[in-house]
Write a new protein. Structure first.
Length: 133
């Protein structure tokens, strides 16, 4: 699948921006990973079960079943370069456990503050390590 651009042309009007990340592998069990869709909800919209179902139906109908994400999460923004290009790689790095400062050159981003939300999401999703003392 190509980059995150496929969502921009959709007739879905509930999200201002979206970032699609595929193949996020689970390092603990070697699985091929999942397809996650991060959306920036449009003004007045909330990412709830109804909106997730709508997004799923639109993607399945307008694109194909393989474009339907495994999970859909709200984010305050999509990281972009100073020229406006969406950035997937830094988000993938953050979701793999890399610190924000190591994942991206913050000075090259138009909105570096949004990376904190992805870091918080990653931390919340990561299982706690067993205490081996």
């Amino acid at each position: 699948m190509p980059g995150a651009r496929w969502f921009e042309g959709s007739t879905l009007n509930y999200a201002e921006h979206a970032l699609r990340l595929g193949g996020l592998a689970d390092a603990t069990n070697g699985e091929s990973g999942e397809l996650i869709l991060f959306v920036v909800p449009a003004a007045g919209c909330e990412v709830d079960d109804e909106l997730r179902a709508t997004i799923t139906a639109v993607l399945r109908a307008e694109l194909s079943p393989r474009h339907v994400p495994d999970a859909i999460h709200a984010m305050p923004g999509v990281p972009r370069t100073l020229s406006g290009k969406k950035l997937e790689v830094p988000v993938k790095r953050i979701l793999s456990g890399a610190p924000v400062d190591d994942a991206a050159s913050l000075g090259a981003l138009a909105n570096p503050e949004v990376l904190a939300a992805y870091e918080a999401f990653s931390t919340a999703q990561r299982p706690e390590a067993p205490n081996v003392s």
